[in-house]
Design a protein around this ligand. Structure first.
Ligand code: ADP
Ligand code: MG
Length: 597
């Protein structure tokens, strides 16, 4: 398999047929538009190519001969050609833009769906910033390619080839002479194209580096200032900035050679036509009209050749973008987004009760790692309906991991996890996550009001909201907020203290009527002012509910029905507070330490 991690590198590869075909599969549903666009393009090109020929006819038939035969007809025809060309160009542009928008709408939809479905382990490896870039810049590149590239590249090719044929038919020997400048132009364009592509890529990489740099240091500005590192950062920035400038300068130097170069070569072609054509006219082997038409066609010929390298660049970067988009689309979704095989699909926990006497939650000999060192080995734990279980243990022992497994964010390598007697892999995981609600150490609040955050998208049920606030013991807290429930929490809840955010997240959890409540170090970094509110809220919330409490401070676990000490990947000690104290193991030592300090 190709590497899974999303990388910023722009791969330099010649047009990849496979990628193009896959992109075309996104275009296929809109093939009618493509057909219309191609037809419009063909008509526009036809009308465009008609013009020099009409001029030739007028010169040779009317002007040179001093005759009016057919003159008015030619003039009208020329007018029709000009109007037709512009009307069909307009049509082509409108259709192609529509096509581009439709394709990227689809692509964005698919990509975002995938972003939601990817397993958490993907996000462990990939910073969120790059995922956003994927969305915006890659899709934009694809759009640009479709709306300014795809059809017009075909149009350009048709145009260039038709002109070559027309020139050949008009006058073979004159065509052979102009071929010198055409070949010269193609060689020059190719030579420049390679350099332009490399420099463009360097510039893009510099842009990515610069963005990453700015993003990191602006996000960490507090630390930068706090440690007085402004000068160092400024120096680092200067290096990036200089690199950036160098790539930018090189690119503009290249372009300032490229465009005049192409102008020069096309002027050379005109000189050849003027010279050989002039001699031909004087010698009587060629008509004036043919020479002028030749010049007209050459002009139309060099236009597309001139921006071919630009279009090639667009195509290249769009294909690189496509590759990255497809890499993400091809990643495996988290298992819960595929439907389990029919033989394994069992009823929702709600549909059948817990088997008589079976625990509500059971870990059986679970083994797990995140891809490196083993985190859990032969881990077993059972929790009964209504039981309050505490999990304690040193940092890094795997307490949070246990929760991640129970919620199905990761799957055990060995062993099984049962909910109401059923392997959670066979359950509707969305339903399970609505029943088993996790309150993490750092709750995430979305920008909005306190009420928005409590409802979390659910309907407002006033009576239940009252019950919720009461059962979390936060009625007074809400009343003291400047706008009560309508107080805005700021981006990520930035206007609230950690403790206040935690209280809101409690209400959110309770409002959703969880069956099991998990608190993972929920009192971990609470300010002393709200600590009392938070602990009493926790106590109230847990009344009569199956709960799992992970805590550093042992005061909060003393009252639990059962305490499990996790060490070395398994449950080392298990039992109520009193029994564990008497056992004189890790727990009693830890408790002794905390009491005396
Ligand atoms: N997403 C992750 N990817 C890789 N390793 C992880 C990840 N999360 C935790 N770990 C590792 O797994 C071990 C257990 O972590 P964790 O369950 O968070 O411990 P605890 O919550 O008990 O402090 C640690 O060694 C930690 O470094
Ligand atoms: Mg933890």
């Amino acid at each position: 398999m190709r590497r899974v991690d999303v990388h910023d590198k722009v791969s330099v590869k010649d047009i990849d047929l496979r990628m193009t075909l896959r992109l075309l599969s996104f275009v296929r549903p809109h093939r009618l538009l493509v057909v219309i666009a191609l037809a419009a393009m063909a008509l526009a090109t036809g009308f465009n190519l008609l013009q020099p020929y009409i001029i030739k006819l007028v010169i040779d038939e009317n002007l040179v001969k001093g005759s009016l035969a057919g003159f008015y007809g030619y003039v009208v025809l020329f007018g029709v050609a000009v109007i037709g060309r512009n009307v069909f160009s307009y049509l082509q542009m409108v259709i192609v833009t529509t096509l581009g928008q439709r394709v990227i709408l689809d692509m964005r939809k698919r990509l975002f769906k995938k972003v939601l479905e990817l397993p958490l382990s993907f996000y462990d490896r990939n910073p969120t910033g790059r995922i956003i870039t994927r969305h915006i810049s890659d899709i934009e590149a694809v759009n640009e390619m479709i709306s300014s590239g795809l059809v017009s590249v075909i149009g350009d090719l048709v145009m260039v080839l038709s002109i070559a044929v027309i020139l050949l038919l008009l006058d073979r020997s004159l065509f052979l002479y102009t071929l010198i400048s055409i070949v010269l132009l193609l060689v020059f364009a190719h030579f420049m194209k390679v350099r332009l592509r490399e420099t463009n890529r360097a510039l893009r990489q510099n842009t990515a580096k610069m963005n990453a740099f700015l993003h990191e240091y602006i996000a960490g500005i507090g630390v930068v200032k706090g440690f007085g590192r402004e000068e160092k950062i400024r120096r680092k920035f200067r290096v990036h900035n200089d690199d950036f400038k160098r790539a930018g300068m090189k690119l503009s130097t290249l372009y300032s050679v490229y465009f005049p170069g192409v102008e020069f070569i096309s002027a050379l072609a005109l000189v050849i036509v003027l010279f050989k054509g002039g001699l031909g006219v004087i010698g009587g082997t060629i008509t004036i009209g043919t020479v002028i038409a030749f010049a007209g066609y050459l002009e139309k010929f060099f236009g597309p050749v001139k921006d071919m390298s630009d279009k090639y660049n667009i195509l290249q970067s769009a294909l690189a973008s496509c590759e990255r988009i497809f890499t993400i689309l091809d990643m495996k979704s988290s298992p819960e987004y595929g439907s389990p095989p029919a033989s394994m699909r069992l009823p929702h926990p709600e549909e059948g009760g817990t088997a008589e006497g079976a625990p509500l939650i059971e870990f059986r000999n679970v083994e797990f790692d995140y891809g490196g060192e083993e985190v859990l080995r032969t881990f077993s734990l059972s929790i009964d309906q209504g039981e309050k279980v505490a999990i304690v243990g040193p940092t890094g022992a795997g307490k949070t991991t246990i929760v991640n497994l129970l919620l199905g964010f990761y799957h055990p390598r060995e062993g099984e996890i049962l909910y109401a007697g059923r392997d959670i892999r066979t359950l509707d995981i969305g339903g399970l996550r609505r029943k088993v609600v996790l309150i993490p150490q750092e709750p995430f609040l979305f920008n909005g009001t306190v009420l928005d955050n409590i409802l979390g998208g659910e309907e407002l049920d006033e009576a239940w909201l009252d019950v919720t606030l009461k059962s979390c013991g936060i009625v007074r807290f809400v009343e003291n907020l400047p706008d009560g429930l309508n107080t805005f929490v700021g981006e990520r809840g930035s206007r609230f203290s950690a403790g206040q955010r935690q209280l809101v997240s409690f209400a959110r959890a309770i409002y959703h009527r969880p069956e099991v409540l998990i608190l993972d170090e929920a009192t971990g970094n609470i300010d002393p002012e709200t600590e009392h509110d938070v602990t009493s809220a926790i106590k109230k919330m847990m009344e009569g509910k199956t709960s799992i409490v992970i805590a550093h401070r042992l005061q909060t676990v003393v009252e639990c029905d059962k305490i499990a000490v996790v060490m070395n990947g398994k449950v080392a000690e298990e039992g109520p507070h009193g029994a564990l104290l008497r056992a004189k193991g890790y727990y009693s030592a830890l408790y002794g330490l905390q009491i005396t300090s």
